[in-house]
Design a binder for this molecule. Sequence first.
Ligand SMILES: NC(=O)c1ccc[n+]([C@@H]2O[C@H](COP(=O)([O-])OP(=O)(O)OC[C@H]3O[C@@H](n4cnc5c(N)ncnc54)[C@H](O)[C@@H]3O)[C@@H](O)[C@H]2O)c1
Length: 276
Amino acid sequence: MSYNLLKGKKGIIFGALDEKSVAWKVAEKAHDEGAVFTLTNTPLALRFGKLNELAEKIKAEIIPADATRVEDLEQVIRQSMEILGGKVDFILHSIAMSMNVRKSREYDDLDYTYYHQTIDISAMSFHKMLQVAKKLDAINEWGSVLALSYIAAQRTLYRYNDMADAKAMLESIARSFGYIYGREKHIRINTVSQSPTITTAGSGVKGIDALLDFTDRMSPLGNATAEECANFCIVLFSDLSKKITMQNIFHDGGFSSMGMSLRAMTQYNKCLDEDE
Ligand SMILES: NC(=O)c1ccc[n+]([C@@H]2O[C@H](COP(=O)([O-])OP(=O)(O)OC[C@H]3O[C@@H](n4cnc5c(N)ncnc54)[C@H](O)[C@@H]3O)[C@@H](O)[C@H]2O)c1
């Protein structure tokens, strides 16, 4: 069902790789809700992913860019304004990658070149994107910028590794830039902390199946899907959330507020009984 929540709005969506990507779902929903926008991803992702399929379906233009490169970001933002005929109202940062995670390097044995890349791709790119957009005066007043985060920014989750540091930085950038952009342009900046989700990036974390099962059982509402995350992103891009800024908002079925659940307690008691 469509509510025309983004009718007349323009945007840029970073990070749709294939139909599992959170950004892909956001693009589909944004299109359904009346927005026009450009899509962007790295040249490599464009070669191996399926972004063309999405672009054809929703009639959006693709602009290749490596989000760690300021020149590429300038190009994406300038070109987007040309294509869309003016400033944008929303930007989605849905970008993450860690070679340390991919190569199963433990947190006490990180490769520092990879660590730099993790921070640059998964966090600093958000600052670069915001700084370029601000210098080019590319976002309309009351615009909305979102990045996707994960609870590992606050809590330690086995195997999330250096991505936890990147997410903590990402959330901090949303607050620090959110103050300046809010004060000067009434532009809001938030992060959405999503449940673990099976996507290409999500599957990079070994043991994601067990993690997904654990968080699903611990969350009173169960894990949030990528599609549900997209619905929430649309609300945050819409005028219905104009006064929300500098926040990290958990979209996780309640997991972040849980300590012990009835199910976990029952299971724990059973294990204790078995040991006796
Ligand atoms: N999947 C999960 O469990 C989960 C949970 C919470 C948050 N998130 C976050 O959601 C966001 C999207 O991830 P996803 O799960 O949809 O996976 P995904 O693999 O579909 O998306 C990650 C995207 O990052 C892009 N990317 C990597 N390096 C880039 C670069 N240098 N420049 C531009 N783009 C680059 C990839 O091409 C890909 O499209 C990420 O920030 C991720 O950390 C995911």
